[in-house]
Design a protein around this ligand. Sequence first.
Ligand SMILES: Nc1ncnc2c1ncn2[C@@H]1O[C@H](COP(=O)(O)OP(=O)(O)OP(=O)(O)O)[C@@H](O)[C@H]1O
Length: 260
Amino acid sequence: MTIHPTLELSGVDKSFGPVHVLTAVDFTATAGEVTALVGDNGAGKSTLVKCIGGIHRIDAGQLFVDGTPQTVLDPREAARLGIEIVHQDLALCDNLDIVQNMFLGRERISRLRTLDENAMEKLARQTLASLSVRTVHSVRQLVSSLSGGQRQTVAIAKSVLWQSKVVVLDEPTAALGVVQTAQVLDLVRRLADQGVAVILVSHNMNDVMQVADSIGVLFLGRMAAQVRRRDVTQTQVVELITTGRTGALGLPEQTTGAVA
Ligand SMILES: Nc1ncnc2c1ncn2[C@@H]1O[C@H](COP(=O)(O)OP(=O)(O)OP(=O)(O)O)[C@@H](O)[C@H]1O
């Protein structure tokens, strides 16, 4: 039996008018792993993430989920396929509590046709517990009262609650201090350990080297290489990011796509 990556992009092109932003991009994300997506400012990371999440439509190439080619027309379609993007701004509602945020738009209705608060509260608590989250005291806390790390936790737990297959985390530690960064990285690992294919978009090489299993490096809209983290040093990754040259890794120049 062939085991497919959970998400695979093959030969993806994306232009905005005359501007070629992504060219022939290959990228894979596997269940149970953290796949980092790195690259300098303007390399095309956000554009690639938006293509994965159905915000942009790709011009050419293909996207596969569990080996099946898919056309991701819009974010709703992406969600249906199990793809969840956790954006930097997190899109949480400050005036709602944790349970309300986790179930927003997908509320449970009781047999009496009212909101099934008990069931939602129980599921929210179970989900946080499954991720060993101990930093949140009450699931009835308003999101406005949470720290940056706790907000990130709620956003990640939401993707677990909705059984996402692929979760893209966009700079999850960018606004966090040392302790909260460590907690969120732990959570990222646990998310992968639950069988999710986690894609971590990050500029922080310490985070990437600490938590990633695989690293895809975009350089000027091309995938310079996707490598196993254990096969590379941080210096080599930084060199790939800044030069796009794979020679330093002992790989042929212009290698693209996944390196198993
Ligand atoms: N809607 C758009 N129209 C035209 N050009 C765009 C559009 N969106 C992105 N670009 C261009 O595509 C290139 C890649 O941008 P993108 O935001 O994907 O990079 P990035 O790697 O996420 O950068 P950063 O790390 O700075 O967020 C940039 O040159 C940007 O100006």
